[in-house]
Design a protein around this ligand. Structure first.
Ligand code: FES
Ligand code: FES
Length: 157
């Protein structure tokens, strides 16, 4: 089938199989390999992207379901050379170890902060509970999200 999907601000028309998962479309058709696949049970969150601004696990969505919609991947988050505040906070607060979960963590955090710009530690933990870090770096991940929230709130004041 033919799909038209806006990926990171650019419209793309592509032929996909009906059963093609969005994550495979992103990685294989679009060549954007920042979105990882870490499980086959919808449980790790490594594949998290934004679909019309809301975080989704792209291994649970068909490419066909994204037809006519907008997808943002980790590659589309920075503004040119300038990292997104959440990316910068993960870098500064050492919110990553091996980095495998990081694109999904960052995308889930962006979505979480859009919904709740000023979360508590507990709200960050519960907001990210669908994302698993095998390096168990949760402490610094939560610190990163809180730092990004603080910076975004300050910038808005
Ligand atoms: S690859 Fe999608 S949740 Fe694990
Ligand atoms: S940093 Fe290694 S899985 Fe999270």
């Amino acid at each position: 089938m033919h799909v038209t999907i806006n990926v990171n601000g650019e419209e793309h028309g592509d032929e996909v199989e009906d059963r093609t998962l969005l994550v495979h479309y992103i990685r294989d058709t679009r060549g954007l390999t920042g979105t990882n696949v870490g499980c086959d049970t919808t449980s790790c969150g490594a594949c998290t992207v934004l679909l019309d601004g809301e975080s989704v696990k792209s291994c649970t969505v068909l490419a066909a379901q994204a037809d006519g919609h907008s997808v943002t991947t980790i590659e589309g988050l920075a503004d040119g050379e300038s990292m997104h505040p959440v990316q910068r906070a993960f870098q500064e607060k050492h919110g990553l170890q091996c980095g495998f979960c990081t694109p999904g963590m960052v995308m889930a955090s962006v979505s979480l902060l859009r919904e709740n710009p000023n979360p508590t530690d507990a709200e960050v933990r519960s907001g990210l509970e669908g994302n698993i870090c095998r390096c168990t770096g949760y402490h610094n991940i939560v610190e990163s999200v809180l730092a990004a929230a603080e910076r975004t709130t300050e910038a808005a004041e």
